[in-house]
Design a protein around this ligand. Structure first.
Ligand SMILES: C[S@@+](CC[C@H](N)C(=O)[O-])C[C@H]1O[C@@H](n2cnc3c(N)ncnc32)[C@H](O)[C@@H]1O
Length: 293
């Protein structure tokens, strides 16, 4: 396992806000099509398995560009409401603008740190697609979220399963780390605990119980995620975003110096996943549900 020492002082999710509203927002914009179409099957499956009733008020946590918030707004219909919250103002501005342009009138958006800010309510459901894994203090955040829900309301969140079960992503990261080790210190902001922080059902079920939820369930949901139309674009994306992209970003000058070697190594890892229609990687998630008790 690789660890990195931050030279910043601990300020809750302040550093994550800086990352999500800055460099990570820019990267999400750059790879938006691949990310949103890759993530889409997860939210669609979660919403099919755990349907929202028309008229419900639903919170969408870490809503990003708000495509799931719009999807939820359509599902709950005119008498319901979808409220997307995100730590990063740039995501919220984009989500707001796009929902208005799409004529979705029952979707609203707000900038909020789910760990520390009021998020409104009471809601009948809370939903999240990959938006709950970055809290510095997950139990504090889940407790704050619990306070916004009615007793008996459901939480449904999609999170990544462990790195080793997302082998292709993990292999790419390992290939990069073999060439460009992480620096001992960095001043670059990082995204918080990271995409695999809710991968353990043992840990997450304890967090949910401690936060006032009951009846936690974990359903494994596997996807094939297309990361490029061809090998070169897949390598470029993997070197720029996700676990390997973060290594490259944090390694800074050294990463740039060794870019040709890294490119070749990542290409070797991704080549077996190349098909006629592009490069797709197997990935694995949990659809987690729990009830506010
Ligand atoms: C991996 S992105 C997922 C975005 C979106 N849900 C999707 O599936 O496309 C994680 C999102 O969570 C947001 N986020 C991270 N920490 C947060 C916090 N403490 N409170 C609210 N949102 C947060 C980020 O700004 C980012 O938009």
């Amino acid at each position: 396992m690789t660890t990195i020492t931050q030279v910043r002082t601990f300020d809750g999710n302040g550093e994550a806000r800086e990352a999500w509203n800055g460099v990570l927002f820019d990267k999400f914009v750059r790879y938006r099509d691949a990310l949103v179409s890759g993530f889409g099957p997860c939210s669609t499956a979660a919403l099919e398995r755990h349907p929202l009733r028309p008229g419900a008020r639903v919170l969408d946590i870490g809503c990003g560009f708000g495509d799931t918030t719009q999807q939820i707004a359509r599902l709950v219909g005119d008498t319901g409401e979808a409220v997307g919250v995100d730590l990063a103002p740039r995501f919220v501005e984009t989500a707001q603008r796009e929902a208005a342009a799409a004529g979705v009138r029952n979707a609203r958006f707000a900038v909020a740190d789910v760990q520390s800010d009021p998020v409104g309510g009471p809601y009948d459901h809370a939903f999240s697609r990959f938006g709950t894994m970055f809290f510095a203090s997950p139990v504090v955040a889940l407790r704050n979220l619990r306070r916004s829900l009615r007793v008996g309301s459901t939480l449904c969140m999609v999170v990544w399963r462990k790195k080793e079960e997302n082998a292709a992503l993990f292999d790419v990261e390992r290939a990069v780390l073999a060439i460009v080790p992480l620096p001992a210190t960095t001043e670059e902001p990082t995204c918080g605990p990271g995409p695999f922080s809710m991968a353990s059902p043992d840990v997450v079920s304890e967090q949910l119980l401690a936060a006032g939820f009951a009846r936690a369930t974990f359903e494994r949901f596997d996807i094939q995620m297309r990361v490029g139309a061809d090998l070169a674009s897949a390598v470029e994306m993997m070197m720029d975003i996700g676990p390997a992209g973060e290594v490259m970003r944090l390694a800074g000058v050294e990463a740039r110096r060794r870019e040709p070697e890294v490119f070749a190594a990542v290409q070797d890892v991704l080549r077996p996943h190349q098909r006629a229609d592009g490069v797709s990687l197997p990935a694995s998630t949990w659809i987690v549900t729990a009830t506010a008790s």
